[in-house]
Write a protein that binds this ligand. Sequence first.
Ligand SMILES: Cc1cc2nc3c(=O)[nH]c(=O)nc-3n(C[C@H](O)[C@H](O)[C@H](O)COP(=O)(O)OP(=O)(O)OC[C@H]3O[C@@H](n4cnc5c(N)ncnc54)[C@H](O)[C@@H]3O)c2cc1C
Length: 337
Amino acid sequence: MDLTLHPERRTVPLAPGRPVLESALAARVRLPFSCRGGSCGACRARLLAGQVAYPRGRPLGLSDADVGAGIALLCQAVAQTDLVVELDQVRPAGEAEVKTLPCRVERIEALAPDVRAVFLRLPAIEEFRFEAGQYLDVLLPGGLRRSFSIASPPHDAAPIELHVRRVPGGAFSERVFRALAPGALLQVQGPLGHFVYREPDGAAGPLLLVAGGTGFAPIKSILRHLLERGLTRPVHLYVGARHEADLYAHDWIGGQCAAQPRLRYVPVLSMASAAEAARHRTGLVHEALLADFASLADAEVYAAGPPPMVAALRATLPARGLPAGHLHVDAFEYAPR
Ligand SMILES: Cc1cc2nc3c(=O)[nH]c(=O)nc-3n(C[C@H](O)[C@H](O)[C@H](O)COP(=O)(O)OP(=O)(O)OC[C@H]3O[C@@H](n4cnc5c(N)ncnc54)[C@H](O)[C@@H]3O)c2cc1C
């Protein structure tokens, strides 16, 4: 079976039973992708001919309307016939080269009970260009790889800052908490992903930045990038966490708000104690946002974090008038086993 890309007319062979994206990447066709778990929608494509199936079930990022419109998510779709697809999203021009580089752990800091910042120093002679919001993969023995968003902005990325949440039993995150020490060598590959901040054309309404847990990492990169350039529109930063102690950037954000009247910060706690509830908004982060905005007709949203948060935003924001193409998401899918 073959995949033909429209309008380039490029054709690549499809490996039976494997996701279409995998075959394209194996053939060195760099299709857009991000989460590789069917949530973020970066690999959306229009199926012009042929049929696909989803052996792992309908992906979270694919709505009934998408299916009706012939949209497929290539990171999950498995071809049943030859395919002709048109990409929904064109690769950004001037995209940085993806490099595989050694790096040294410069330092590790505790941010919250289960989150650490890991600062990586790349070889001085290597230029590592990326855009605010992108991620890199840490390459592990045995061909394993784990994705981590870059929390640094492009203008201040030496060292590169990552935020790692501890996943009990996790192959890499447990190592960060138990064994990784300054001086350790790692291999990374990047930059990756199409969750990147783009300046709007012309006048723009409010910008909503939404982070769930360590989804704050790419949002921090975008926010610092924007602050460096000077805010040209109101920015509303919503951060979802379970408890107050998990709001690991609370003081830093407070400092930014004090210096920048156009920046508003709304922390939202999903498992607040009574004392925490007296000090903070409670509930799910998308619910707080919906409570605050009766209309999102002139807004633009960048959101990163757990797949259920991303799915909730996808399911609810369009009904508030958010224009198509104004919701940019990065879903932190677990790596496949
Ligand atoms: C684009 C992208 C960006 C990401 N950015 C970040 C980031 O900035 N910070 C960050 O901390 N993570 C991020 N992740 C998630 C990260 O890549 C790893 O999946 C995560 O760190 C777990 O890896 P591990 O090796 O510790 O666990 P694994 O060995 O992969 O998992 C061990 C077990 O735990 C389960 N599991 C894995 N993750 C979770 C979880 N979050 N909750 C519950 N169970 C889980 C697995 O299914 C498995 O059973 C990102 C993921 C993607 C796709």
